[in-house]
Design a protein around this ligand. Structure first.
Ligand code: HEC
Length: 122
C-alpha cells in the first residue's frame, strides 16, 4: 500500500514539473510574457532589433508579442508556409517584409520561430 502511494506521488510530481516547464497556468501566462527577449544568435538579434522589435517587442496591443504563446497559437496553426507568406507580403497592420528589406527567407523563418515561442510544430 505504501509503495503504491509513493508511485502516485512520484507521478504527480512528474506531471506538475512537465506543466511548469512549458507554460504557466493560463491566467498568469499573459502577465508573464517576456516580450523583451532577444534571439540568441547575434546576427538574428541584430535583424530583429532593427525591424520586428518595434512592433513585436514593445507590448503593443493587437500585435502578437514575442513569446506570447496564447497570441501565437492560433497563428502558428496556419503553418510556417502561410506565416512566411504573410511576413513577405504583409498582412493587416503588418508591413511587407516586416520592414526588414534585406532579410533572407531562412532568416524570416528563424525570426518567426523565435517570436512564436515554440507554438509552431516542426
Ligand atoms: C510596423 C509594425 C510591425 C513590424 C515592424 C513587424 N510586424 Fe509582424 N505584425 C504586425 C502586426 C500588426 C501583425 C498582426 C497582423 C494581423 O494579423 O492583422 C503582425 C503579425 C505578424 C506575424 C503573424 C502573421 C500571421 O499570418 O498571423 C508574423 C509571423 C510576423 N508579424 C512576423 C514579423 C517579423 C519576422 C518581423 C520582423 C522582420 C515583423 N513581424 C515586423 C506588425 C509588425
Amino acid at each position: 500500500m505504501n509503495s503504491i502511494y509513493r508511485i502516485v506521488v512520484a507521478l504527480l510530481c512528474v506531471g506538475l514539473m512537465a506543466c511548469g516547464d512549458s507554460s504557466a497556468p493560463a491566467g498568469e501566462a499573459k502577465a508573464k510574457v517576456n516580450f523583451r527577449q532577444l534571439p540568441e544568435d547575434p546576427q538574428l538579434a541584430a535583424l530583429y532589433q532593427r525591424s520586428c522589435i518595434a512592433c513585436h517587442g514593445t507590448g503593443a496591443p493587437a500585435i502578437p508579442q514575442t513569446g506570447d504563446v496564447a497570441a501565437w497559437q492560433p497563428r502558428a496553426a496556419k503553418g510556417m508556409d502561410a506565416l512566411l507568406d504573410n511576413v513577405i507580403n504583409g498582412v493587416g497592420g503588418m508591413p511587407p517584409l516586416g520592414m526588414c528589406m534585406d532579410c533572407e527567407p531562412e532568416q524570416f523563418e528563424a525570426l518567426i520561430e523565435f517570436m512564436a515561442a515554440g507554438t509552431l510544430s516542426k
